[in-house]
Design a protein around this ligand. Structure first.
Ligand code: PLP
Length: 388
């Protein structure tokens, strides 16, 4: 089958795979051990950290390795709120967009249940947060604002530079957290006004189970886990050396190859987007470029009674692997993100997300759109009885 779910997970980049394999074989000692082999493993981690610090334009001390973006998001948000509450003794206020990934959304929901004030920032029909809304929602007890770079269901691009600049101008003590998982390696990022920044290995050609949190030096967070002194105590637990080396190789390759890769992905996007636009019964949920990143296209079927699961099944029978929303929320009947954008239950429960990769060929994109067209023709012909 042809795979179009690269946002859920991408294959390992050959350079990452090589690093992962060689380090897995050669480097099994515990990097915290006080002997020659432990020191050697530790040195490899610090070399990877130095390399990443150059690539991300932050200091090595600002990089905390984690088990992935879910952990990075939780560490950033829960960690910052705990520190803020400990320092001020006040009830903290968090601002987040309605379309955040569940690792941010559920984390904030939990903090709300624990007593924090939580404000959800609405998005427009294109799935984009308004900078003005952020401005109006900041309060004297706001501890943190969390807005993602690129939405993982629709690709919609958030105005993170403007939001960062606004926060620093209006209330510089408020931390700005960005979930950069779907934007990193695809679009350029300026780290200037970002205090906490999350990325994940397996979305950019690195291994699963590895990610990082950039925590700028002035930012105070409390750890979520207690134990050893690894990662300066921010993230105790034996460090995964091969995964870190594979991750660093993937980040290097992702940034080196970014422009060329995105040029190709933009061509795929433009072809698929314009063809889908012409198919009766489809509404495109992703805004067009430049309001969206070209690697994601989300659409819904407007015929009553159709569900995402039905469409995924039909596409799969036609050799296409697609998804409806993020893999982390795939059990939900409806997309929270699309509901926030459209307010429409039918659209939100009959959506397909397609995501692209540099290895996808133009003929694959043609095959894909032909399959979607056939599926739509078939769905249009199905009667009420068949849909039940
Ligand atoms: N944030 C976004 C925007 C994502 O797309 C994902 C992956 O689905 C995550 C966070 C979670 O990443 P991880 O699998 O590394 O925990």
């Amino acid at each position: 089958p042809l795979y179009f779910d690269y946002c859920a997970s991408a294959p390992l980049h050959p350079r990452a795979l090589k690093k992962l394999m060689t380090a897995t074989e050669a480097c099994f000692a515990n990097p915290s051990s006080a002997h020659q082999m432990g020191f050697a493993a530790r040195r490899l981690i610090e070399e990877a950290r130095d390399q990443l610090s150059g690539l991300l334009q932050v200091t090595p001390a600002e990089i905390i390795f984690t088990s992935g973006a879910t952990e990075s998001n939780n560490l950033a948000i829960q960690g910052a709120l705990r520190a803020w509450r400990r320092k001020t003794g006040l009830v903290p206020h968090i601002l987040l967009s309605e379309i955040e990934h569940s690792s941010v959304y559920q984390c904030c929901k939990f903090l709300g249940e624990e007593g924090a004030e939580v404000t959800l920032l609405p998005v427009d029909r294109n799935g984009i947060v308004s900078v003005q809304k952020v401005k109006e929602s900041l309060k004297s007890n706001t501890a943190l604002v969390s807005v993602m770079h690129v939405n993982n269901e629709t690709g919609s691009l958030q105005p993170i530079s403007e939001i960062g600049r606004l926060i620093k101008a209006q209330q510089p003590g408020v931390y700005f957290h960005v979930d950069g998982v779907q934007g990193f390696g695809k679009l350029p990022v300026a780290m200037d006004h970002i205090d906490l920044y999350t990325i994940s290995g397996h979305k950019i050609g690195g291994p699963k189970g590895i990610g990082l949190l950039v925590k700028k030096e002035h930012v105070e967070i409390d750890p979520l886990l207690y134990g050893g002194e690894q990662e300066n105590g921010w993230r105790p637990g034996t460090t995964n050396v091969p995964a870190i080396l594979g991750f660093a190789a993937a980040v290097e390759a992702a940034l080196e190859e970014r422009e060329e890769k995105m040029e190709h992905i933009s061509l795929l996007h433009d072809y698929v987007y314009s063809r889908l636009k012409g198919i009766p019964g489809i509404i495109l949920n992703s805004p067009d470029i430049p309001l969206s990143s070209p690697h994601i296209i989300n659409f819904s079927c407007i015929k009553k009674g159709i569900t995402s699961a039905m469409m995924i099944g039909i596409l799969e029978k036609n050799g296409i692997i697609a998804s409806s929303q993020s893999a982390c929320s795939s059990q939900a009947k409806q997309s929270r993100v699309l509901l926030a954008m459209t307010g429409d239950e039918a659209t939100s429960s009959a959506s397909i997300r397609l995501s692209f990769h540099e290895t996808v060929k133009m003929e694959d994109a043609q095959y894909l759109t032909d399959a979607v067209e056939r599926m739509m023709n078939r769905l249009q012909l199905m009667n009420k009885f068949e849909l039940l």
